[in-house]
Design a protein around this ligand. Structure first.
Ligand SMILES: [Fe+2]
Ligand SMILES: [Fe+2]
Length: 247
């Protein structure tokens, strides 16, 4: 079984980052010993160089390998350049043990909130997913912005501007899991054979209503994908369980 922890929207900054909640989350996730951690963007609140330095220090506290894509907040104030300097590539691909492929996309645009993938990245994604289908790999696509609107998040503003085309590519290749953040509200949709999950905010005080800080854990076996919603310092809920795609 492969265990993936999915965290999002840390928003490291002076005011809206809750360090105590973050430290609790670190010890819970380290205790869990996942095979990898995926962070779906907004690691900083303003993209400032100092926030990135701070965020890079915090991320080193996780014991499992961590893979990050940038969010709209990270792309502010030349943050898209700092991301590459202090965190890593903004679009990347990783294959684990020859059978699980994770593809990270940059859906941010400097100093804009909207999500957009754009043609060059879309073509690259399409090519990588063709390979996943040929190799029969379990595929996970990771991006900050949601591809489908999320309930209870007010007026829709930031769904990918090219959501329709991206969704067609994702479902056409029967991508197993699509992971996003941005809205700070946990959610799961299943469309055709693709499970689309949004994580809440791990440790930011920017929460809607009674939402709490949380993260997702995916237990991926040969038969099922099990999605567990973990409230930081609190309960764990089975959020969804789906049979694996058989190609
Ligand atoms: Fe956010
Ligand atoms: Fe965001």
């Amino acid at each position: 079984m492969t265990v993936v922890a999915h965290i999002s929207d840390l928003h490291v900054c002076k005011l809206e980052f809750d360090e105590e909640v973050f430290m609790n989350a670190v010890s819970e996730i380290n205790h869990l010993q996942p095979d990898m951690i995926i962070l779906t963007g907004d690691l900083t609140n303003n993209g400032y160089y100092k926030e990135y330095q701070q965020a890079a220090k915090y991320l080193k506290m996780f014991e499992a390998p961590i893979f990050v894509v940038p969010g709209n907040h990270d792309a502010r104030n030349l943050g898209y350049q700092t991301f590459e300097e202090l965190i890593g590539e903004r679009s990347w691909k990783l294959t684990m043990d020859g059978n699980l492929t994770v593809i990270g996309l940059d859906s941010s645009t400097p100093d804009e909130n909207r999500g957009h993938i754009g043609n060059p990245q879309h073509m690259w994604l399409d090519h990588q997913l063709d390979e996943c289908v040929i190799n029969e790999n379990f595929s996970i696509v990771v991006l900050h912005h949601h591809v489908i609107s999320i309930p209870q998040t007010g007026r829709e503003r930031n769904v990918l501007s090219d959501a329709g085309d991206i969704l067609k590519t994702l479902t056409g290749h029967e991508v197993d899991l699509v992971l996003s953040g941005h809205k700070h509200v946990p959610n799961v949709w299943k469309i055709n054979n693709t499970v689309v999950v949004n994580a809440g905010s791990l440790c930011s005080t920017k929460l809607r209503g009674k939402n709490k800080n949380s993260y997702m854990v995916y237990n991926i076996s040969d038969e099922h994908i099990e999605i567990i919603l973990n409230i930081v310092g609190g309960e764990k809920f089975l959020f969804g369980k789906y049979a694996r795609n058989v190609l």
